[in-house]
Design a protein around this ligand. Structure first.
Ligand code: SER
Length: 645
């Protein structure tokens, strides 16, 4: 039988390998993490199993395997320039929740690579955490890897999250072991040499032994159960299996690169700058298609802004390649061809994805023109021979205007471009983005839910369906990621109660505001926002007096704000139903905003509604409002709710 070679074959081989070894084959989670407001995007296979790692997950689920759609943005600038960086990628994973541990994990992974994929074990090297004698022993004695091919690293390289023992965060963590493939075998380097040779040693798997719970004191207490979290990068494995120079030259990307070459009227492999553009378009197109299919459309804020930024970078590359018309939508069939059978949502959502791409791309092409105009006007201002890097960065960040074009135009005007200033502005923004998105190593740790759960806190009871005020007890106070015993007047924090009438932001509806008051009615805490950290509700705001853990309070929502918000929530349902009636079932909700002032309903459909259709929708909504039907609240699962619509 031939060895798995293509992305689809490797994915299937991996999932069936672990299925045969007692793992439940589960679907990829959405790119938009459900129940985890701390994450912008799903960045690792383990994200959907946080509860299972803490021993509080689905009963009976002790082994699972997935191929997870992942999106990571901190390395955006490297995509296309290096052989391996991606925003969107697939992570193959196998997980044990208190079941098997290091030995099985290492043995099975070794068997998968050397038997199922048929890789040469002589070309594999492993790394272990410097104090993890057990993992070292398994590689050396059980697998038989010679000592010189097992490298020991510290907690920066071989701990997950990185550096958790000394820097935190608190919560579950553990040492990890990585498996590398030697692309260019020869003399083996020293430990420091391995880290310095990313082109030679390709990391193909990361095995995390999630066995500790870091305490507030910094002590590492053993978790009630030891877990396994293995992640393998599918695109990298395909590159080795196909002997491809980089991930983009595998069959996973080939149809997409072929479409890009056709649209650009240029061949790949002739000019490095053009190749970088083509690789970046290939990466970014996949990212944007999958994000939109999972409901993250491009827009102005947060997650939507990230999607817009990725999309604009791809369009900008198209412009650099001389493509004059919107082109992204025409790349969709190539991605559906290669990935549609594993991810049917792409084909199902194709009409909506196309509509959104077309609109966004047209709009951006206009913005880009404005960037040129803005640059020309900046050049008219008096300068001391130097064009400030910060302005170049502003053009890049606001207009998506390529810095290389800025540089050419600036030099043509007889000025020098300040690269150092540009890089400083870029670094500053990047470190802000890292803090904000928590996508790098912090995937696990950033979760407030994880911090709270690790302290054994009971889930918050939500009573807000029919109560505006509820007597409650303060169970926990968080300041950033630290649990603290009390908040003093003027301090900002997040309060967890045993029960609450506060509705957390979700389903497009803004979180409730209100206050926590004492028995005399004195306000102790002003709640300015409510967020979900499932299964907890976080009341965010400023203390107006002294608030302590254990204290009894009366939790009161702002009734006027809630009622106004509810009106818009109900109106959103009326609008959606009227749109379906007038425009047909092709209308799909792509997001919504429900606040006290307004509602916004994002949707995708094949064609913009005509003015008659819009009028008819308005009439239908008005007539429902005039009926003043009583409102009923009912509980159902997401699928039941979808079926009932
Ligand atoms: N969570 C680990 C990673 O993302 C292994 O799956 O690398």
């Amino acid at each position: 039988m031939s060895l798995p070679r293509t992305g689809a074959e490797i994915r299937e081989a991996f999932l069936s390998f672990f299925e045969e070894r007692g793992h439940a084959r589960l679907p990829s989670d959405s790119l938009i993490p459900s129940d985890d407001p701390t994450l912008l995007f799903t960045g690792a296979g383990m994200n959907q199993f946080k509860d299972e790692f803490l021993g509080q997950g689905r009963p009976g689920l002790v082994r699972a395997t997935t191929s997870q759609k992942c999106l990571r943005v901190p390395d955006l600038e490297n995509v296309g320039r290096t052989p391996r960086h991606h925003t969107f990628f697939e992570m193959l994973g196998n997980f044990s929740f208190g079941d098997y541990f290091k030995e099985e994990a290492i043995l099975w992974e070794w068997e998968f690579f050397t038997s199922t994929l048929g890789w040469d074990g002589e070309r594999m090297v492993a790394t272990v955490y410097k104090e993890d004698e057990e993992a070292f022993g398994i590689w050396h004695e059980v697998i038989g890897l010679p000592e010189e091919r097992i490298f020991r690293f510290g907690e920066k390289e071989n701990y997950w999250p990185a550096e958790a023992p000394s820097l935190g965060p608190n919560g579950p963590c553990g040492p990890c072991s990585e498996l590398y493939f030697d692309l260019d075998p020869g003399q083996l380097p020293s430990t420091s040499g391995l880290a310095a040779l990313p082109e030679r040693f390709l990391e193909v798997g990361n095995f995390v032994f999630t066995q500790f719970n870091r305490q507030e004191s910094g002590a590492l207490a053993p978790l009630p159960q030891s877990n396994i979290d293995v992640g393998l990068g599918l695109e990298r494995i395909a590159a080795v299996a196909q002997d491809a120079a980089n991930n983009f030259e595998t069959e996973i990307f080939k149809p997409l690169l072929a479409s890009i070459q056709e649209i650009a009227g240029q061949d790949y492999g002739k000019d490095e700058d053009a190749d970088v553009c083509m690789r970046r378009i290939a990466d970014h197109a996949r990212a944007v298609f999958f994000c939109i299919a999972d409901g993250a459309s491009p827009g102005k804020e947060g997650r939507a802004y990230v999607v817009r930024k990725i999309l604009r970078r791809a369009v900008r590359d198209g412009i650099s390649l001389g493509v004059r018309e919107p082109f992204l939508a025409s790349l969709l069939p190539a991605v559906i061809d290669s990935m549609g059978s594993a991810y049917p949502e792409l084909e199902e959502q194709a009409p909506g994805i196309r509509t959104i791409l077309q609109g966004e791309e047209e709009q951006f092409r206009e913005v880009f023109q404005k960037g040129i105009v803005r640059l020309k006007s900046l050049l008219k201002e008096p300068r001391d021979g130097i064009f400030p890097g910060a302005l170049g960065f502003e053009l890049h960040d606001t207009y998506g205007f390529p810095v290389d074009i800025t540089q050419v135009v600036v030099e043509e005007a007889g000025l020098r471009f300040d690269h150092v200033g540009y890089q400083a502005a870029m670094d500053e923004q990047r470190s802000r983005a890292r803090e904000f998105s928590a996508i790098t190593g912090d995937i696990f740790s950033a979760s407030s839910a994880g911090i709270l759960q690790s302290g054994g806190l009971e889930a918050t009871e939500f009573l807000g369906w029919d109560q505006d005020e509820v007597p409650a007890i303060v169970l926990c106070i968080l300041k950033g990621k630290e649990k603290i015993p009390s908040l003093e007047s003027g301090e900002f924090g997040a309060v967890v109660l045993d029960k609450t009438p506060f509705y957390p932001e979700g389903g497009g509806q803004v979180g409730d505001q209100g206050s926590l008051v004492d028995s005399k009615g004195k306000v102790l805490f002003e709640v300015s926002d409510t967020q979900s950290a499932h299964p907890f509700v976080l009341h965010l705001g400023d203390a107006a007096g002294s608030l302590k853990v254990g204290q009894e309070v009366l939790a009161k929502i702002s009734v006027s704000l809630r009622r106004a918000t509810e009106i818009h929530h109900t109106a959103t349902h009326l609008l959606h139903s009227a749109m379906k009636e007038v425009l047909g079932d092709a209308v799909r909700q792509a997001g919504s905003l429900v606040s006290k002032e307004k509602l916004r309903f994002d949707y995708t459909t094949e064609q913009a509604p005509t003015s008659e259709e819009r009028k008819r929708i308005e009439e239908l909504v008005q007539s429902e409002i005039l009926k003043a039907s009583p409102l009923a609240t009912s509980f159902s699962t997401l699928n039941e709710a979808r079926a009932a619509r």
